[in-house]
Design a protein around this ligand. Structure first.
Ligand code: NCD
Length: 302
């Protein structure tokens, strides 16, 4: 039995197969319509979510499976004091696979250790968000054609942003990657064991980038509101600033956005963050099939 806690749980070759499967799903949806018939996905969300939870649910429904779960810790027995370890033991009796999001770093790992079914980390505190990373990698690979020899600028809350932490881990395994971290001093990336450059100004950096990965300031992880208010609008990408960027640069954002990308950027062909959310469904379908051991068996189910 296999879990997904961190994007590094898959080798680069395994990721390639996963993305090939996701692209096949993208172009041949009906072929997969019954691939998970009779299977159930549990979504256990102890933290707010729109995209991650609903795209997991859409993914399982697209595969002909069913979904159950909770979207708020207060509506689960966590509010009565039940541990994650006990909850997952119970969920293992009801479902075949589980996606879990939790504000505490490492909670999905504890769940995996006590689980009878595959567990997927759907975000744990400021730590990791591996399925967002799979989404990001699939988006880049599908739209740029490759995942190596790219200059990527990651901009915004690099301290608390778990999507950034996971994405850097994953991309650092590809050859010729150049990382430029764009953040205010207070939101700098925690030390990384890879070569990188750090800058504060976005405008000066834009002309060098193949990919710009924007993130919101993570209000819920701040200790005080004043710091958040001071930093929240530090970066605002708008149409005017985008004039400095290469014509084929891609703008990604895990979403939700707050103010960091102005809506006048949305109709620029470089803005791919809504497409990115669609890739999130394909890659989660591919992941569910893979972790359930059903990849390659979809046609036998029809
Ligand atoms: C991200 C998250 O939850 O970390 N959202 C998402 O899953 N797409 C990013 C964020 O909340 O800023």
């Amino acid at each position: 039995m296999r879990h997904l806690m961190n994007p590094l749980d898959f080798t680069v070759e395994e990721l390639d197969s996963l993305f090939d499967l996701a692209n096949d799903i993208e172009h041949n949806m009906p072929k997969y319509a019954h691939a998970c018939a009779g299977k159930k996905l549990a979504t256990c969300f102890y933290e707010p979510s729109t995209r991650t939870r609903l795209s997991f649910e859409a993914a399982m429904l697209n595969l002909g499976g069913s979904v159950l779960g909770f979207s708020d810790a207060n509506s689960s027995s966590a509010s009565k004091g039940e541990s994650v370890a006990d909850t997952i033991r119970i969920i293992s009796c009801y479902a075949d696979i589980c996606a879990i999001r939790h504000p505490k770093e490492g909670a999905p790992l504890v769940a995996a250790e006590h689980s009878g079914i595959p567990v997927i980390n759907a975000g744990d505190g400021g730590h990791q968000h591996p399925t967002q990373t799979l989404t990001d990698l699939l988006t880049i690979r599908s739209l740029r054609g490759h995942l190596d020899h790219l200059t990527i600028g990651l901009c915004g809350d690099l301290k608390f942003g778990r999507t950034v932490h996971s994405l850097i881990n994953a991309l650092s395994r590809y050859e010729g990657m150049r990382f430029i971290f764009i953040s205010p001093d207070e939101l700098r990336i925690p030390d990384k064991n890879i070569p990188y450059e750090e800058v504060i100004r976005l405008e000066d950096t834009l002309p060098q980038l193949d990919i710009l990965y924007m993130t919101r300031v993570q209000r819920e992880r701040f200790f005080n509101e004043e710091d958040y208010i001071r930093l929240k609008d530090f970066y605002i990408l708008n149409k005017k600033k985008l004039r400095h960027a290469p014509a084929d640069m891609l703008v990604l954002h895990p979403l939700p956005r707050v103010n960091e990308i102005s809506v006048d950027v949305d109709d620029d062909p470089r803005a791919v963050y809504f497409k990115q959310a669609q890739y999130g469904v394909y890659v989660r379908m591919a992941l569910i099939l893979t972790l359930l051991g059903l990849a390659g068996k979809e046609e036998t189910k029809c």
